[in-house]
Write a protein that binds this ligand. Structure first.
Ligand SMILES: Nc1ncnc2c1ncn2[C@@H]1O[C@H](COP(=O)(O)OP(=O)(O)OP(=O)(O)O)[C@@H](O)[C@H]1O
Length: 253
């Protein structure tokens, strides 16, 4: 393992029945890096993120986070180690306000688990509330803090989920298509926000179909096709790689 790799996916294989979803996948993500995973539909990108957060256990290979092998860790334990994920379909509490949605993971990080009674007691604590408000402001949702989360647009739900991740101050943030369903205006705002997070030194892995987003944010890009990483490198190397153009862009660009 490379010394400064925050995340090392080491020779991971995953089959679903007869379907090979991941094969020989080896990926290193260095501290502070923004690493984009791109590839056609069904290439295995979400499966790879699910393996990283412990939702799917690989048939072979390992995931190493911050020097710790995650073979037997639960998703909750991996989250407690400092890995947060923004899902393709936002996982929020639809009946609660935006502010409560962001405060819950803050308490979970601080107290080790979410328990309703302490939450009620602690909700009056100004520090967590102020931090939650700051995080909502960062993602552009401060004006809606008392609104029920279920009533938000799809794009706003994704930004809310991002705030729920950021308040945990993760060492590694995994983003599964963070701008899907957003207008160009909201996409640009999210890109700006992710650039700010990058300046704070947070390590990120981002799955994204929008190449404008990928090339705006990524330090390195890995290309998945049919469960294999077919290329990995800096954005300018990936852009000009004929194998990538053939497999991913169908040779069209
Ligand atoms: N739980 C599962 N059971 C069976 N097959 C699955 C499962 N999850 C994913 N697959 C299959 O594994 C392959 C990889 O899927 P995955 O969702 O990881 O691809 P992806 O690159 O994220 O695609 P997309 O860009 O469309 O989201 C696909 O053929 C998919 O149908």
């Amino acid at each position: 393992m490379v010394a400064n790799a925050v995340l090392h996916v080491a020779d991971v294989h995953k089959n679903f029945g007869g379907l090979r979803a991941l094969s020989d996948v080896d990926l290193r993500v260095d501290e502070g890096e923004t690493h984009a995973i791109i590839g056609p539909n069904g290439a295995g990108k979400s499966t790879l993120l699910n393996v990283c957060v412990g939702r799917i256990k690989p048939d072979k290979g390992h995931v190493v986070f911050d020097g710790e092998v995650l073979d037997s860790h639960t998703p909750y334990q991996i989250n407690q180690l400092g890995v947060s994920r923004v899902f393709q379909t936002p996982e929020i509490f639809p009946d609660l306000s935006l502010l409560d949605n962001v405060m819950i993971p803050a308490f979970a990080s601080r107290d080790g688990a979410f328990r309703l009674r302490p939450f009620r007691k602690l909700r009056l604590e100004g520090d967590v509330r102020a931090e939650a408000e700051k995080n909502l402001e960062d993602v552009g949702l401060a004006a809606l803090k008392d609104t029920e989360a279920g009533s938000l647009s799809r794009g706003d739900k994704r930004r809310l989920e991002l705030a729920m991740c950021l308040i945990q101050k993760p060492k590694l943030l995994l983003l599964d298509e963070p701008t899907a369903g957003m207008s160009r205006h909201d996409t640009n705002r999210t890109v700006d926000l992710l650039k700010t997070i990058k300046q704070r030194g947070m390590t990120k892995v981002i799955i994204e179909h929008d190449m404008h987003v990928v090339f705006s944010l990524a330090d390195r890009i890995s290309v998945l096709a049919q469960g294999r990483i077919i290329a990995s490198g800096k954005p300018e190397e990936i852009k000009g790689n004929p194998v990538v153009q053939e497999a991913y862009l169908g040779g069209a660009h």
